[in-house]
Design a protein. Structure first.
Length: 276
């Protein structure tokens, strides 16, 4: 259970890093704002069109009397919107990382440099890295969609579907969010998608401690935009932990001349399982 706290600490330390690097933080808002406008329009369209879509998909219920028809279709409409919101939370990170790829790579590199001066690079061209990132994001989207359909079906179970299933949904979302954010640092270390998933599955509590609070925060409009730069910084710390690299500044750390000195990248205390 200690990994839950460690993951949350990396999330908080990443936000602290972003706030102490004002110029970097400001530039990091632009990709999120662009993506937010697109996603907000899509969710508004879903909200206005969900009733008609559910009515079209359930013609067998047309003859049902009141109040069962309204309750049935109202419940399905709510579940459909919740599913859309879950997919939006998961894919928001992927799309924002693609839109702001050069910037977020720079954030992750500066975090690495501030710890031990070592900045791993893939050695590949920007366009090839963009292609790999897009391909992996689509693969994650397929996995998330499968989970979404499964949770949608389980939502029909009385009581459980309205209580436990939404909680499971946030844990699934949190895991995939962590993978997407950690991919920025891990891809530079030539860790492919399968390797990233294996690392995170070996430390699920760590991934959940980082990703679940972030998923909950992302439900609030505009919050995701402001948390993205710090989320990338925190995920870089988490990635270093997964690979057994130091997560606190060493004597080889490179000060960042462009912004305030990196503060708050404290390594979890020795009584936590952050380093193994």
């Amino acid at each position: 259970m200690g990994d839950l706290g460690v993951g949350f600490r990396y999330l908080m330390n990443g936000q602290r890093w972003a706030l102490t690097h004002g110029k970097t933080f400001g530039l990091g808002l632009l990709p999120g704002l662009i993506t937010l406008v697109v996603y907000a329009a899509a969710l508004v369209a879903l909200a206005f069109g969900a009733d008609d879509l559910i009515a079209w998909a359930t013609p067998f219920a047309d003859g049902w009397g009141s109040p069962w028809l309204g309750l049935f279709r109202g419940f399905l409409t709510a579940v459909l919107f919740a599913l859309g919101l879950m997919l939006a939370v998961i894919t928001f990170t992927s799309v924002t990382l693609l839109v702001g790829s050069p910037f977020y790579d720079a954030v992750s590199e500066r975090v690495d440099a501030s710890i031990d001066g070592n900045v791993p690079t893939s050695g590949r061209s920007f366009w090839y890295d963009l292609w790999v990132s897009t391909r992996d994001s689509l693969r994650i989207l397929v996995r998330a969609a499968i989970w979404g359909v499964l949770l949608f079906a389980l939502g029909f179970i009385p009581v459980v579907g309205q209580t436990a299933i939404p909680v499971v949904g946030f844990f699934v979302t949190g895991f995939f969010l962590t993978e997407e954010l950690a991919s920025v640092a891990l891809a530079r270390r030539d860790v492919d998608l399968r390797g990233r998933l294996a690392l995170l599955r070996s430390r699920r509590m760590l991934a959940w401690g980082f990703g679940v609070p972030l998923a909950l925060a992302y439900v609030i409009p505009f919050v995701a935009v402001f948390l993205m730069p710090g989320a990338v910084a925190g995920a870089t710390l988490l990635s270093r932990d997964l690979l057994g690299e130091p997560t606190a500044p060493t004597g080889d750390a490179v000060p960042d001349a462009g912004d305030a000195a990196p503060a708050g990248l404290a390594k979890p205390s020795a009584d936590t399982p952050a380093e193994r």
